[in-house]
Design a protein around this ligand. Structure first.
Ligand code: ASP
Length: 329
């Protein structure tokens, strides 16, 4: 491990933003600063250039959208200056931060998010191991052009398709649709794929109201109607391969005339069909409804992606173009 870290060629900046990795105590709360995290992982002393700053000291659930945007902008700026970024944060909202970073990131140096499932004071704490792996990726020349990734439990996942798949275990992240893009082995990288990178957006604010509405058995569409009436955009979670009830289809058609509606799918390995079914409310009806389809984004990822598009001032056509990579073409 030490050898691999000593051989890193890119300066690394650790941005510490709270989460379980920074937590300590019988009832764990954020305590550790960036410099304490480095002390938890002694092999980091061998990294040729490692800068560290504490940006936030919060559980993931307490980070607001303004703070998240500042944090992602800070990470993107460091990457633009040629630093690989290791960003530690709470796993509860790490998926959202990863998407946000990916929507802003426009540099060659990678941004690598990680965290921990177990507080630093718990037996089997996993934070130090994850941090070592994240720094190894952030500082590696091999990770040039990789974009934004999540490194957790030895695996490397693309930011746009990663999901938290386990609430408490150390293999907390997976990419159910896309699969991991590689692994970290004693500080060395194995990369077998490149994650898709969105076109970077100039997101100036993250203040719009985007509601996430899921449909289900017997849905009459009232929740979708309410959301469309009271928000700047809606993420709508359809069933199966892009299916809804007949009343929901009507609400979807009318919602899409009023506000941008982004459709994703309920299955964890969601994708949206085109022309298999012919029943009312099947995929071809959804595709013709005026909604924008991004079935390869999870609902959480779709929400942040839509917030970014709105915050960059895109209209419906611009949003459809920006998010087209997240549907089959
Ligand atoms: N369980 C969370 C974590 O892993 C708590 C948080 O998101 O802050 O960090």
């Amino acid at each position: 491990m030490r050898e691999a870290l000593e051989a890193l060629t890119r300066p690394v900046r650790l941005l510490a933003a709270g989460g379980t990795i920074s937590m300590h105590g019988a009832r764990a709360v954020p305590k550790l600063e960036a410099k304490d995290l480095i002390e938890l992982a002694p092999p980091l002393a061998g990294v040729p250039e490692l800068a560290a700053e504490t940006v936030l000291s919060l559980p993931g659930t307490q980070i607001d959208l303004g703070q998240a945007l500042e944090l992602a902008a800070r990470a993107a700026a460091a990457a633009r200056a040629g630093e690989g970024v290791a960003l530690t944060t709470g796993t509860d909202t790490l998926e959202e931060l990863a998407v946000l970073c990916a929507m802003l990131h426009d540099a060659d140096a990678p941004i690598v998010l990680t965290g921990a499932s177990r507080p630093s004071s718990s037996p089997g704490a996993d934070g130090a191991a994850n941090l070592l792996d994240a720094v190894a990726v952030a500082g590696s020349e091999r990770a040039s052009g990789l974009g934004v990734v999540v490194v957790f439990g030895g695996e490397i996942h693309g930011a746009m398709t990663v999901r938290k798949v386990d609430s408490s275990g150390p293999a907390a992240f997976g990419s159910p649709t896309a699969g991991p893009v590689g692994r970290v082995v004693e500080g060395r990288l194995w990369l077998h794929a490149s994650p898709m990178r969105p076109e970077p957006l100039a997101v100036t604010r993250l203040e719009h109201r985007v509601e996430v509405v899921s449909t289900g058995l017997g849905d009459d569409g009232a929740a979708l109607r309410r959301a469309a009436e009271s928000s700047d955009g809606v993420v709508f979670v359809a069933l199966g391969a892009g299916h809804v009830s007949v009343p929901v289809l009507g609400e979807l058609q009318s919602a899409a005339t009023r506000t941008p509606v982004l459709v994703t799918c309920r299955p964890e390995r969601g994708s949206m069909m085109f022309s298999t079914y012919g029943f009312a409310g099947s995929e071809s009806d959804l595709r013709a409804s005026g909604a924008i389809c991004a079935p390869f984004l999870s609902p959480a990822a779709a929400r942040v992606a839509l917030l970014c598009c709105l915050g960059a001032g895109l209209d419906r056509a611009g949003i459809a173009t920006a998010l087209a990579p997240w549907d089959a073409g």
